[in-house]
Design a protein around this ligand. Structure first.
Ligand SMILES: [Zn+2]
Length: 61
C-alpha cells in the first residue's frame, strides 16, 4: 500500500480507516477514509487506494 503523507492540516500522523458497511438497497459497500489521529481530519472515498491518493495529493499542496 502507498505510504501516507503527514496530515495536510496539522502535520500529524495519518492512518487508513474503514467505516461500517452502509446499506443501500440490497447492496453493501464500504467507505474507506484517511484519518488524522491528531486533529481528526478525515478524507473519505469509496476505495482505499483513492483515499490514500487523495490524501497524499492534498498533503503535497
Ligand atoms: Zn491533522
Amino acid at each position: 500500500m502507498a505510504e501516507l503523507k503527514p496530515c495536510p492540516f496539522c502535520g500529524g500522523r495519518a492512518r487508513v480507516i474503514q467505516s461500517d458497511p452502509l446499506e443501500k438497497g440490497k447492496k453493501e459497500f464500504y467507505v474507506f477514509g484517511v484519518y488524522c489521529t491528531d486533529c481528526g481530519g478525515l478524507m473519505r472515498k469509496c476505495a482505499e487506494e483513492d483515499a490514500v491518493k487523495a490524501w497524499n495529493r492534498r498533503a503535497e499542496k
